[in-house]
Every structure is written in C-alpha cells, then in structure tokens.
Ligand binder design. Structure first.
Ligand SMILES: Cc1cc2nc3c(=O)[nH]c(=O)nc-3n(C[C@H](O)[C@H](O)[C@H](O)COP(=O)(O)OP(=O)(O)OC[C@H]3O[C@@H](n4cnc5c(N)ncnc54)[C@H](O)[C@@H]3O)c2cc1C
Length: 455
C-alpha cells in the first residue's frame, strides 16, 4: 500500500477537533510518510455559490494555508479527476474526508471513490459536519425521522466523540504543485471575518454575553442577540461539538440554543434520507400547489428581492440579507412566508435567492427551512397557519428598532405606525412604497389554493 495520505478538506476548514485531519496525519506518521492537505476548487460548486460565500471561502482557505505553514494544496477542477491524479503522482494510499449529504456532493464522492478504487487506492469517511452524522439515527422501524421532536429525543441520547487533538509537527509532503489560491471576489456586503480564529472569537463572545439570555432574546431581531455562528458552521471553521461541549444542557437558555443546533442536524438527516427533497416538495401531497408565474409575479418577486414590498418588516429583512449576506431567523421565516403565501411564488425561487446571498447558505438548512415555511416539508408548519407580517412585526419588533435600522425611509414614523405606515393618516412617507398586496385578500387566496390541493 502506498504510504502517503491526502486530507481532502471540504466543509471542515479547521485544524482543531477535526477527526479526518487527525486520522490522515496519524496514518501518514505511522507509515513514516507524509500528508497532503488538499482543497479542490470545483467549478461546479464554486460557480453555484453566491459571491458572498465565495469571498468567505477564499478567506477561510487563506487562513488554513497560513496555519499549515503554506502547505495547503489547492487544485482547480473536477475532484473525480484531480484527486486520483494527485494520489497517483504522490504515492498516496488513502484519502480521508468528512461526510457530505448534498445531492451533487454525494455523486461527486462516489465518483472519486470509484476512480481511486480503480487505481487500488482507498477513500475513508472520518468525520461529519454534524454533531450526529446524518443517517445515524433511525426510528423504531428503522426509518429516517420525519418529525423533529422525535429526532431530537434520539439525538439527545447520543454522546459526543472525544475531542480530536490538533496534530502538531505535521509531516506535510513538500513540493506538491498547487494552483493559486482563488482570489477573494469583490463584495458589496458587510461580511463577517472568515476562518477558524474568527469563529472562536465569535463563539467566545457569544458564550460570554449572549447564550445566557438566548431563550428570551433570540426572536428579537432588533437586539441582534443570536450567535451569528452559522457561516462558521457552514464552512466547518467550527464544529457543533466544539460548541456543545461548552454548553450546559441543564440551563434552559443553553438548552434552547442546543435545540437549534439539533435542527441543523435534523435537516441534514432529512436531506440524506430524501435527496430529491433538495429542490422539490418533500411532501408529495403538496407538490401540486398552484403557484403564480408571469410578468406581474416577476415584478412582485423583484419588489421582494429589493425590499420594496411596502411591508416594512419584510423589506427590512430582505435589505439585511443583501447588505450583510445574513438574515435573522425570525425574518427568514417572515420573508419566506410572505413570498409563498402572500405573493404565491414557488418556494424554490425564494430559496435560490437566499442561497445567492447567504454567507451561511446551506442546502439542507435553507431548503428545508423554506419547505417548513411553505408547508411542503417534514414537520412543516401547517399551510393554513399564515404569518400576518404586520402582527409579526408588532410582536417581535415592537418599537420598530429593526425596521428603522434597515428602512431609513421610516426613521421618523412613530412606533404605532411603523409596522404599517400606509395606515397612518398621512399615508406612507415619501420614498417608501405602499403595500404591493392586500394581506387579508392574499390570505384567503392562499387558503383557497391549499383546499384545492387537498381535494
Ligand atoms: C427560510 C429559511 C432559510 C434558512 N436558510 C439557512 C441557511 O441557508 N443556512 C443556515 O445555516 N441556516 C438557515 N436557516 C436557519 C436559521 O435561520 C439560521 O441558521 C440562523 O438564522 C443563523 O443565525 P445564527 O447563527 O445567529 O443562529 P442562532 O440562533 O445563534 O443558532 C445557532 C445555530 O443553530 C443552527 N440553527 C438555528 N436555527 C436553525 C434552523 N431553523 N434550521 C437549521 N439550523 C438552525 C445554525 O447552525 C445556527 O448557526 C434558515 C431558516 C429559514 C426559515
């Protein structure tokens, strides 16, 4: 067996508590050989990621490269060609990688495994981006979970693996050709610092002042009190087990946060079990739901994308998305619900727009988050439970702090009208549009469509 190893980094861009990295280094060391830390810039994925995620990824790779003493090998191309090629050139016996549940990612991993096997080499899955690897938990009848609460009960029974110590004095194979690290593209959004160091800084700050109040503040977008760890989790600069180890499940607020991390695992598990649910209705009964298309719908969709629907809370959320590549969870739900149930647009269009902008854009969390809102997914909010954007706004942003931050046209509107300025005696202030639809009428229309789907 050829002695060198490859660590194929993908969504695990960290050196601490990374089992695949630790195993790749140990295997090389025990064979008296060396390891190649490799990242393949795959056009298929690079091209599809929005500019914000590309910028963040480029920053993570630059830091990883520096942390490896300049030893990260980057290659551009199709992994099914590139990895066997590097392995053959450098006497590699085993490639180590973590789990992926994306539709393309799984196909790619199979193709790489086949190409390596044809050459007598192996690939080993040695970690996963989730606290509990997707596909681990099963119901009593051996099926994947369809309901989050039942999944959560099983999830809580799992114990975390021991921490993988960050290897020191790593024998990195020298003189392996590397393509240039991709230059970070220009971005207009105000994005968080990329990389493992920034991830820990963010986590430390949240644990110091944030997590103890999380249960009471997490739904207040004006307070901006959630962890904002999602981009780091998305790229594996931080692993959820590194967070879980520092939380106390007996503390109610910590436990609320733990349950959010469990949602992330749940949706990965759902995607793993039903790969086709990435882009089509998980619930086949809802697949025939009538959606609007055509010019008027395109105009409404554009107004939603631009944050110009005349519904201040929706507009504030959409403007935050474009400005920061991130949106508060409450707003993701409100904005998504508005698109699907007030504008009757297919959730797939909204999910694509989110993925184009979100720096944490993640196929399982995003598309199943959308399906939850649209009532087409597992555990979905019942379709007939339709968010009223004005009431949501009054409940979660009572004094309009969040709205005023993102919709400066409404800066001087008093709190009693900021959720619906069109109802004020003077009407909407200059420069801000009137509501593009009548929520009550669209609610009735959404319910009519829902009834038609069920009969
Ligand atoms: C329509 C819609 C689209 C979404 N798209 C994404 C996405 O592309 N990527 C993404 O990471 N999350 C997505 N979410 C989930 C959630 O909104 C974000 O994870 C959260 O807002 C990130 O901010 P935070 O790190 O401050 O979260 P916190 O409240 O601090 O939560 C901590 C972590 O728990 C996980 N988490 C929290 N809520 C959820 C949830 N509902 N589903 C899955 N994981 C969750 C995230 O990893 C998050 O970083 C989406 C939700 C909806 C309703």
């Amino acid at each position: 067996m050829a002695p060198n190893t490859i660590m194929w980094f993908r969504r695990d861009l960290r050196l601490a508590d990374n089992h695949a990295w630790a195993v790749a280094v140990t295997a090389a060391r025990e064979a008296g050989a060396a390891v190649i830390p490799l990242f393949v810039l795959d056009d298929e994925l690079w091209g599809r990621s929005g500019v914000n995620r590309r910028w963040f990824l480029a920053g993570c790779l630059a830091e990883l490269h520096a942390d490896l003493g300049g030893g990260l090998v980057v290659r551009h191309g199709d992994p099914a060609r590139v990895i066997p090629e590097v392995a053959a050139q450098h006497d590699v016996g085993t490639v180590f990688r973590a789990q992926d549940v994306g539709v393309y990612g799984r196909r790619r991993d199979d193709a790489v495994a086949k190409a390596l096997a044809a050459d007598g080499r192996r690939i080993e899955e040695a970690d996963s981006p989730w606290a509990v690897p997707a596909g681990t938990l099963r119901t009593g009848t051996g099926r994947a979970f369809k309901v989050y609460s039942a999944y959560l009960r099983a999830w809580r029974q799992q114990s975390l693996p021991a921490t993988a110590r960050r290897p020191s004095a790593v024998p990195i194979l020298e003189r392996v050709r590397s393509d240039a690290l991709s230059k970070a593209p220009a971005v207009t959004a105000d994005l968080p610092d990329p990389g493992e160091t920034a991830a820990h800084r963010r986590l430390d700050a949240f644990l110091r002042s944030g997590v103890d109040e999380y249960a009471s503040t997490r739904n207040d977008p004006g307070a901006d009190a959630t962890s904002r760890l999602s981009p780091y989790l998305k790229w594996g600069c931080l692993h959820p087990r590194q967070i879980l180890r520092r939380l106390d499940g007996r503390n109610t607020s910590h436990d609320t946060f733990i349950k959010e991390l469990a949602w992330r695992d749940f949706y990965a598990d759902v995607l793993d079990a039903w790969p086709e649910s990435a882009w089509s209705s998980w619930n086949p009964d809802m697949a025939s739901m009538e959606v609007d298309t055509g010019r008027r719908t395109d105009e409404r969709f554009a107004a939603w994308c631009d944050g110009r629907t005349g519904f201040p809370i929706v507009d504030a959320g959409m403007r935050q998305l474009v400005a920061e590549g991130w949106m508060h969870n409450r707003l993701r739900m409100i904005a998504a619900s508005f698109l699907v149930k007030d504008l009757h647009v297919d959730w797939v269009r909204g999910a694509r727009f989110f993925l184009e902008h979100l720096v944490d854009g993640d196929l399982s969390s995003n598309n199943h988050g959308w399906q939850w809102v649209a009532g087409t997914g597992t555990d979905a909010a019942p379709y007939f439970r339709i968010f009223n954007p004005t009431l949501q706004s009054a409940k979660f942003d009572p004094d309009g702090t969040y709205i005023r931050r993102w919709v400066p046209e409404l800066a001087d509107v008093p709190a009693e009208h900021v959720h619906d300025p069109s109802a004020a005696s003077g009407g909407t202030p200059a420069g801000y549009p009137p509501p593009i639809v009548d929520h009550a009428a669209e609610r009735t229309e959404a319910l009519r469509r829902y009834d038609a789907t069920r009969t």
